[in-house]
Design a protein around this ligand. Structure first.
Ligand code: 0O2
Length: 255
């Protein structure tokens, strides 16, 4: 027999309706966390496939590593409060975009844009918003590429488009952001001016480092390409020489 509580989730049809205020909070919370966890799995798999394909086709991995997390209930409530919303499940789903968050750490800045474009082009991904803090860094110096997307999650009796925040950044940007986050946490957002200034200087160093690493990588790629072209030329000359030798041998035998 069908569990009568399921009706409360309102999952029938194309989209989930979060506006039903009659549902049981605990059950709804569990269902919602299940959805967000599933969405993280979906995006994670998509990223792993792209990385594997890149390795197969281009012989290199654009993704260094992936981290994912579900926001804690305390952080969700804090965010809602800061924005003046009541702590309800409906508000959380509507106004907190990063309940499911995934962080993609790439080697080079160009990889960030490639990954973002490849994800956005997938037919089941719906991009809700993009914040490019790489071309427009935050005042603090923070750099990262943020996308809020939805991905369809198919449950036993319906499909729910579920939101995920994807943060894509380089190893160096991630190093900076982790330290800055720790410092801000320690000083509760009120770090002394000289620390803020030094962090900003570090952010500039991170940008320089990323730019230098990328141009070095481009140079190496160019070198590798010309090396493989050279190898190909040598191989084809070798094959041509072998053919000529074979022909000469056949003529000699025929005479
Ligand atoms: P936590 O603990 O990392 O989850 P929106 O999500 O679009 O409704 P919001 O939250 O202003 O609005 O979005 P934004 O600016 O894209 O930032 C979201 C997340 O980016 C933050 O989540 C941080 O993870 C990260 N972030 C943004 N600015 C900074 C920054 O200056 N320094 C560092 N280290 N990280 C930053 P949370 O919820 O603030 O925190």
């Amino acid at each position: 027999m069908r569990d009568p509580r399921r009706k409360k989730y309102n999952l029938r049809g194309k989209k989930m309706d979060y506006t039903d205020s009659s549902y049981d909070s605990v059950d709804s919370w569990k269902t919602i966390i299940l959805l967000y966890n599933s969405a993280l799995k979906e995006i994670n798999t998509k990223l792993e496939i792209l990385n594997d394909e890149f390795q197969h086709v281009h012989r290199y991995n654009p993704i260094e590593h992936i981290k994912s997390r579900i926001k804690t209930p305390e952080s969700i409530v804090k965010k809602l409060r800061q924005r003046g919303y009541e702590s309800t499940i409906e508000n959380m789903v509507k106004y907190v975009n990063d309940i499911a968050g995934i962080r993609v750490i790439c080697s080079f800045t160009s990889d960030i844009y490639n990954i973002a474009e490849m994800l956005a082009n997938q037919s089941d991904i719906n991009v809700l918003s993009i914040k490019d803090y790489i071309s427009h860094p935050k005042e603090s110096g923070y750099k990262s590429y943020h996308m809020i997307v939805t991905v369809p999650i198919f449950l036993s009796d319906g499909c729910v488009d579920t939101k995920v925040e994807i943060q894509i950044r380089t190893v160096a940007m991630d190093f900076w952001a982790s330290l800055e986050h720790k410092i801000n946490y320690k000083f509760e957002g009120e770090a002394p001016e000289h620390i803020k200034r030094e962090l900003f200087e570090c952010a500039e160093m991170v940008s320089d480092l990323d730019a230098k690493m990328m141009s070095l990588n481009d140079e190496i790629k160019g070198f590798a390409a010309s090396e493989s072209e050279l190898e190909e030329q040598i191989e084809s000359q070798k094959r041509a020489a072998e053919r000529t030798l074979l022909k000469e041998k056949l003529y000699a035998e025929a005479e």
